[in-house]
Design a protein around this ligand. Structure first.
Ligand code: FES
Length: 293
């Protein structure tokens, strides 16, 4: 059985949910202030923060593994291991914040990812202690073992991102199915003021939900599937969030700026795809921006 098949089996199995769910509640309790969670999600950045932060520990530890091969460069390797250990803390917090708001299959694999990372971190800390007490051989055994575990854990993280779409923009995926032709969404008079309305976008082989919000003589049209986990934005509400009029997702409360589509409140970090809109003889016409062609 291949590694990826094993991961998919793990994602399907409920054996450890009794442990995973209390852990998730604990993470949410610790990271309770929404502003803290939004910093960790990367909502302010417009991009998930976790993959950005993990560059530092991963890069430091791989480089340390190379430097450890050359005896006179081992002090530099020790410094890089320490850098990686320090940088792993914010990277872990960011990952934990994302993990606590993901689907169950991602949470199961994420739990293994977290346990493996914690094991690698512990071994690296042990390696630093051994190097500090003139037991360099033991230090290198511990750090190479840690590097092996961290590499396996990174593969799990990659599977969560690329196969399970955690962190990916689900709105961008939905938008990809849309045509870039102008679509007639109906007469302006049919759109209620300030209330999200479902419309269906033209696509090659499937219907793509759109959400429209009328604002006086204008209509804002966004892809209807939330960028976080495809929640139905057309069932959401329009609210003021951090000084901006936002469309709020009914599933996990992400708020998207109606003017720009940017996430103003997480867990979403990716923006919501916004369509171009024009009025034609009293009818609302919308299309996906040509950059999607
Ligand atoms: S699906 Fe999670 S906030 Fe919209």
């Amino acid at each position: 059985m291949g590694f990826l098949v094993v991961l998919d089996r793990v994602a399907d199995g409920a054996a450890f949910d009794k442990v995973i769910e209390p852990a998730r509640r604990a993470v949410r309790a610790v990271l309770r202030p929404q502003a803290v969670r939004d910093v960790l999600h990367g909502t302010w950045l417009g991009h998930p923060l976790h993959p950005v932060l993990v560059q530092v520990p991963v890069g430091s530890w791989i480089s340390a593994g190379v430097l450890d091969l050359v005896p006179r460069l081992r002090p530099a390797a020790t410094f890089l291991i320490g850098t990686g250990v320090a940088a792993a803390v914010p990277a872990s917090l960011s990952g934990a914040a994302d993990w606590s708001e993901q689907e169950v299959g991602v949470r199961r694999l994420g739990a293994i990812h977290a346990v493996a990372n914690a094991a690698a971190l512990g071994l690296y800390a042990g390696s630093l202690a051994a190097r500090a007490t003139d037991r360099g051989g033991l230090g290198r055994v511990l750090s190479y073992t840690a590097l092996g575990i961290a590499t396996g854990s990174a593969a799990i993280g990659g599977h969560m991102s690329y196969a399970q779409s955690s962190g990916a923009s689900h709105a961008a995926t939905a938008a990809r199915a849309l045509s870039t032709d102008w679509m007639d969404l109906g007469p302006l008079d049919d759109f209620p003021e300030g209330r999200p309305t479902l419309r269906t976008g033209k696509a090659a082989s499937t219907a793509v939900p759109l959400v429209a919000v009328r604002r006086g003589a204008r209509v804002v049209v966004l892809v209807g599937a939330c960028s976080h986990l495809s929640g139905p934005l057309y069932e959401g509400t329009v609210e003021k969030v951090r000084g901006a009029d936002c469309l709020v997702c009914p599933w996990h409360g992400s708020a998207f700026d109606l003017e720009s589509g940017a996430a103003r409140r997480g867990p979403a970090a990716n923006p919501q795809e916004k369509l171009e809109v024009r009025m034609e003889a009293g009818r609302v016409m919308a299309r996906l921006a040509p950059r999607h062609e």
